[in-house]
Design a protein around this ligand. Sequence first.
Ligand code: CA
Length: 242
Amino acid sequence: MMEDTRKQTILIIEDEEAIAELERDYLEQAGFSVEIAYDGDSGLQRALKEEFSLIILDLMLPGTDGFEVCRQVREKKNLPILMVSAKKDDLDKIRGLGFGADDYITKPFSPSELTARVRAHLARYERLVGSAAQLGNAGMHRNRTVEIRGLRIDKDARRVYVNDEEKIMTNKEFDLLTYLAERPNRVFTKDELFRAIWDMEAVGEVATVTVHIKKIREKIEVSTSNPQYIETIWGVGYRFKL
Ligand code: CA
């Protein structure tokens, strides 16, 4: 099937029927297919079991709330999540906690704002993650080259380039960077990263991860105090920004 003729399906998880239907109308007019879940539990089930291109997720939901839906979807799936709330304070809180939502919209928003953001995030995911994002699973059909904003990881040659300039990595630095870059927007704890890359029990694992992240940043970041690739989520761990 030709990619540009395939309709992209968006899941709206929103308990206020009027808002959900308004969002659906805007998005359908913009050419998308839309499905609605009216509570967090059914939304979560559908997000995990079915294939969607993007999720619009309300924060305050009956049952499982938007925070928890976002966290659980992020564990399993790699697709854009736009979080919606009437309260700006809530959105600041989500940002601070690093829940892995890609964007945050405050209600009320205009139809053009909503469709513009949806289009921008879909385009970005397709460009950067390619087939993996379309499959909705970062673990499948991964490209042999990962390219994100001037950073290029050639997995076959095990080489890393920033704006076409090669950066020499140790094996573990390469593995850690690749692991994060292939799972963008997911927050990993230092323990999780240690287990994934070092695959053994050891003393001082947190420090090992921290040291490697620091060395990777020195090689790929323009400013290590304001990293554009690997973001520190304070009190949690790290994530690769998409
Ligand atoms: Ca709500």
